[in-house]
Design a protein around this ligand. Sequence first.
Ligand SMILES: Cc1cc2nc3c(=O)[nH]c(=O)nc-3n(C[C@H](O)[C@H](O)[C@H](O)COP(=O)(O)O)c2cc1C
Ligand code: SF4
Ligand code: SF4
Length: 433
Amino acid sequence: MADLTTDFLGITSPNPFWLASAPPTDKEYNVRRAFEAGWGGVVWKTLGSEGPPVVNVNGPRYGAVWGADRRLLGLNNIELITDRDLFTNLEEITRVKKDYPDRALIVSLMVPCDEASWKAILPLVEETGADGIELNFGCPHGMAERGMGSAVGQVPEYITMVTEWCKTYYSKPVIVKLTPNITDIRHPARAAHAGKCDAVSLINTINSITSVNLDMLCPEPMIDGKGTHGGYCGPAVKPIALNMVAEIARDPDTRGLPISAIGGVTTWRDAAEFMVMGAGNVQVCTAAMTYGFKVVQEMISGLSQWMDEKGYAATSDFIGKGVPNVTDWQYLNLNYVTKARINQDDCIKCGRCFAACEDTSHQAIAMSDDRTFTVIEEECVACNLCVNVCPVEGCIDMVELDKGAVDPRTGETVGDYANWTTHPNNPSKVAAE
Ligand SMILES: Cc1cc2nc3c(=O)[nH]c(=O)nc-3n(C[C@H](O)[C@H](O)[C@H](O)COP(=O)(O)O)c2cc1C
Ligand code: SF4
Ligand code: SF4
């Protein structure tokens, strides 16, 4: 059976599934139960400075987006960092780490953006014996208004500066958690790298208003007739996170920088995808909040089974192996030609593919009087829209034309690899030598 043991920054955990800093990791009771359920590691709910803890709202703090079957697709929250006393948290962290030496325990931190505040808290965290720290530069609500969280994560110079302080006053690994609320994730990642972080983790939540109450004309969750933007997470954010992870993994300035991937991980497959795109492990929040701690057991068994099937003995056999396959649009092969093909045995004659292609694509699907749907190859541009709207998985295939075949749409013969950089229509094409 495949070995799921993961070494991230020299911190080993029995599997790559860590709980992200959030309510599931808010206290000793939770973390012990999470470890008993099988989680490989946790990032403790973000701690703030010594003194009176922050205060959360006492009304609803979550909003949601559901699929048609009421499955939770996206979760929005307006929760702050821990609202429990710093020293209570530190004592609990010390006890839990002592009792679970084989699990990863990282402490998430967010204190004011001045050297004295970081210098004060870091020795206290060091004393707990925790394996490392994660700097919360991502929280987009509440704390950002106080000059912390994403207010720091949106300014690369601040990221570098705080990371350097942490590397000065703390001896163990420093993970910088990035906000996705920026235009280009490579800039904060490079800033963290410049500050000599040991790793980055991403994504924190995305600024969002999930819904508006149409009776009260107010964003939800609603607190006494008023709402505010919150942080969006869950399955809906995975594509955004996956792209950001891949961008950092393939950026020449940050290539090789360890990445802990976060954002919508719900199944083993999500985790495998992030790891193939360069993540050394994954962190999970919404899936645990939706299905409970035991969801990790399916993640473990699924990943292990997939690794066995593929012949991967260890996670290092596939981590980052897909990064070379991420490229810029201009390098995609314009001589790769496919055509949609409808499998008549599977078709339920719903007509969705026809409506989509006829009204919004290339009028490349014909409908007969008896509702048989067929692809008109002379018109099909292979956009894949019909595949995506068809309710029957696998009913429509995209079939590749062989090299040397003639594309009935263009009349061109399928040739060797050629991309936009050399295409005759490209005004800035690379001149042939
Ligand atoms: C209710 C809630 C509270 C959160 N609190 C924190 C926090 O204190 N510190 C932090 O770094 N991230 C916090 N997060 C963000 C998560 O750690 C994670 O980055 C985000 O939810 C994306 O992962 P997911 O899609 O698996 O939920 C919180 C998320 C939620 C839903
Ligand atoms: S792939 Fe696109 S163009 Fe071709 S049949 Fe489907 S929707 Fe139409
Ligand atoms: S969408 Fe799929 S099932 Fe529906 S008619 Fe088209 S091919 Fe058939």
